[in-house]
Design a protein around this ligand. Sequence first.
Ligand code: ZN
Length: 169
Amino acid sequence: MLYVDDLVDYGQAALDRGLPGRHWCHLLADTETELHAAAQQLGLKRSWYQHPDNVRWHYDLTPAKRAQAVRMLGAVELDRAGLADLITRRRAAQQQPNPMAAAGLVWRDARHYDHRGDQPCALCGKPTPLRSHTGEPAHKACAEAWLAQHPGDTRFVSDPAPRSERVHA
Ligand SMILES: [Zn+2]
C-alpha cells in the first residue's frame, strides 16, 4: 500500500535550499520495494530517497507528483493520525525478525540460476549468477542479510514449497 501525507508549506526556507517549490509532502509505503517501484513510476530519482532514520524512510513529493500518486497509483491520503499509525506499524515491524531471513531463503527453482552469466549483485556489487524471483541479481546470503534489516519486506522471497514436501520440525 502507498501513502501520501498532507502538503506542508516550507516557505522561503525551501526556496533558499534551491528546491523547486515551497509545498512538499511525503510518499510512503508499507515496504521499501513498493516505495521504490512507485517512485520510479512517478519519475523520481533513486537518489531522492530519504531515510533520515529507520522508520521514516520516504520520498518527498511536490503537489503535482502528490496528485499523480493518488490518481495513478491509488496512494492513500493520510492525515496526521494516519501518518502516526504508519510510523507505529513500522516500528512494531522492526521489532519482529523477518521470518524469511531467519529461516534462510529457499532458492531451488532453476530460474534462480542464470546460465547466461554473472551480473553484479544488486546488494554487494560482486558478480553472481544468482537471481531473485523477480530476476534481480543477488547472492542468497546478501538477500538474506538484506531481509534481516528490512522486516516485512518482500523484495526477496523463498520458492513456494512443493505440495509433496513436508516440513521437518
Ligand atoms: Zn552480493
